[in-house]
Design a binder for this molecule. Structure first.
Ligand SMILES: Nc1ncnc2c1ncn2[C@@H]1O[C@H](COP(=O)(O)OP(=O)(O)OP(=O)(O)O)[C@@H](O)[C@H]1O
Ligand SMILES: [Mg+2]
Length: 322
């Protein structure tokens, strides 16, 4: 067991709407050790992005965190004043967003954006910061990094923008990186390459990663632990080997069974008949029960707790209640 870096406890995020608050993240508990990799998987709409944003205090209205804590080295990020949170996000924790264009500023040069963390948080001069940015852009495989410093995001391809995002996020060797499907916008042939690059750079820097991905092949190769989300809840947590040997929750089993090959590149998960419910119509009890091949009497009435099982697995499923 490594040293605990991140501990998320009971994190709950709602979106206020005309019909009242809708719960997108519902009492999520997670842990991530220093230098470790925790993969978060689940179909589209399960709450992975909202969870990622919530951990770093980045949810904006109509969304709000209504309960829970996100402890970084024992300090609750969410209880800090926004100024201190921003410092943590600059120095100790970074995020790579699902859609790079929303995270890059279209009117600032690449050089200014990638060098900003060094100037703002490490007190580097402009020249020093630009030199470091150029070196980092080279490491992430951006062609002609020197020339790119003066360029703008719209001049880059999707893959190049994603490389710039990775460079920015890793500029200060953060302790924590939250990478929200960092490659979904890309061609499958570059996806694996860029993920691998990100993971290598993070490993070199001792950075722990919370990796949101649809790619179970990547999970199998890189993660230490897996958390499976369904409709805002973590339904299974497990060490990666135990997970691939035999997931305990029927939803997790469905995700795995849907893969013809575990290394199927870039495949989006669409495993089990039916779809993730909308937040306005979450089924009672276990949210998965209408799609579950094993649903029985308690499932539609009561939410199961996370139940500890062999191999370090935990599953939120009545099948495992003794
Ligand atoms: N700004 C918002 N306002 C209202 N509801 C939202 C908002 N953002 C997200 N949601 C809802 O929260 C739920 C979780 O969304 P989220 O984006 O976290 O899913 P996801 O697991 O990241 O999906 P994907 O794999 O497609 O990225 C969804 O039901 C979504 O409709
Ligand atoms: Mg998402």
């Amino acid at each position: 067991m490594g040293q605990r870096l991140l501990e998320v406890q009971g994190l709950t995020t709602v979106f206020d709407g005309p019909a009242g608050p809708a719960t997108a993240v519902d009492g999520v508990d997670l842990t991530l050790d220093r230098g470790g990799v925790l993969a978060v998987v689940g179909e589209s709409g399960c709450g992975k992005t909202v969870l990622s944003l919530s951990i770093l205090g980045l949810v904006s209205p109509p969304g709000r965190v209504t309960a829970g804590r996100a402890l970084l080295d024992g300090v609750d990020i969410l209880a800090l004043p926004e100024g201190e949170r921003r410092t943590i996000r600059g120095r100790r924790a970074s995020m790579i967003f699902q859609e790079p264009m929303t995270a890059l500023n279209p009117v600032l040069t690449i050089g200014d954006q990638v060098s900003e963390p060094l100037r703002v948080h490490a007190g580097a001069s402009r020249a020093e910061a630009l030199a470091a940015a150029e070196a980092m852009l080279g490491r992430v495989g951006l062609p002609e990094p020197h020339r790119r410093l003066a360029g703008y995001p719209h001049e880059l391809s999707g893959g190049q923008r994603q490389r710039v995002m990775i460079a920015m996020a890793l500029m200060l060797s953060p302790e924590l990186l939250i990478a929200d499907e960092p490659t979904t916008a890309l061609d499958v042939t570059v996806q694996g390459q860029i993920l691998e690059l990100m993971l290598d750079l993070a490993r070199d820097a001792g950075t722990a990663i919370l990796l949101v991905t649809h790619n179970l092949g990547v999970v199998a190769q890189t993660a230490d632990d897996v958390a499976v989300m369904y409709a805002g809840r973590v339904v299974e947590r497990a060490p990666v080997a135990a997970f691939f040997q035999g997931p305990a929750h029927p939803y997790a089993q469905g995700l795995l069974a849907s893969l013809p090959r575990v290394d199927a590149p870039g495949r989006r998960l669409s495993p089990i008949p039916g779809t993730v419910p909308s937040l306005a119509a979450l089924p009672a009890g276990c949210h998965f029960h209408p799609r579950c091949p094993h649903a029985f009497e308690p499932c539609s009435r009561q939410t199961p707790p996370l139940i500890a099982l062999s191999g370090g697995r935990q599953a939120r499923c009545w099948l495992h209640a003794s």
